[in-house]
Design a protein around this ligand. Sequence first.
Ligand code: FAD
Length: 305
Amino acid sequence: PFDVLVVGGGPAGASAAIYAARKGIRTGIVAERFGGQILDTAAIENFISVKRTEGPKLAANLEEHVKEYNVDVMNLQRAKRLEKKDLIEIELENGAVLKSKSVILATGARWRNIGVPGEAEFRNKGVAYCPHCDGPLFEGKDVAVVGGGNSGIEAAIDLAGITNHVTVLEFGSELRADSVLQERLYSLPNVTVVKNAQTTEITGTDKVDGITYIDRETGEEKHVELAGVFVQIGLVPNTDWLGDSVERNKAGEIVVDKRGATNVPGVFAAGDCSDSAFKQIIISMGAGATASLSAFDYIVRSQVE
Ligand code: FAD
């Protein structure tokens, strides 16, 4: 069996695997797609100490760093079941069952898409999902935020300070964000809120030049010219496969304590799949390191043979 088996090959999983391997213990990593979300990212400018990099380059650096160590890398493999026995079992889609003294869950998350024409085509060309990451790219320009929940309104407040103007498009008849956020939003001079707005298309040629929506009250089609669209209709953790084996919150995020421990002894979690307060590369890497050190501690203390 492994001492530490990491499920997920994004920033959290890579960090966890390196920290474990550096303890000289048997370490494996299973990843559906090594690199994770950063493979879909263009510029990364907030990975501290690296002024600017690109997602695929950072993913290649992660893989290179992991391969410096004696880590059993199982790429293109998807985990489908976790079961705690004496050891912890992880069953893969291909039927293999891996056993380990400890497991670190680092399966990340994915942004929910609107699913309209232009969204996929202009991803990283004006369509963005992360205001902390891509907000500064739209300095002085006009943008839209699709989604009027907490993340959408937080994004709109954040973007109002950087961009020229923000249009918030909410599908429902009311914003769903907390009232303090709504008050803050409505106090800003350069924000327009449109309710009952069904986004139908993100337009552009080589990059985004506007957004089209239908006013659901009147049925009228409207178009707003702008340079960027931030999609904020939810971040979905990749945790369905866990079922009830590990405690998750209402959003499906794995509940962890400050050491990265879940409710199951020997099972830890890190990064975007967990209930961490913020979802960022640097935060995921830190959480991966924390979970890995906790797993090592667990193995030493429990002396499972
Ligand atoms: P992920 O990166 O999601 O990795 C999850 C891993 O688990 C992947 O390898 C995946 O294939 C694997 N996996 C999932 N399910 C299974 C399964 N069942 N079995 C096996 N493997 C599985 N953050 C920043 O800090 N700066 C930025 O500039 C930035 N820009 C972004 C731009 C975009 C377009 C997106 C989408 C995100 C951006 N982020 C940015 C957020 C950042 O990418 C994430 O916070 C970070 O990647 C989370 O790392 P993670 O390891 O927790 O999860």
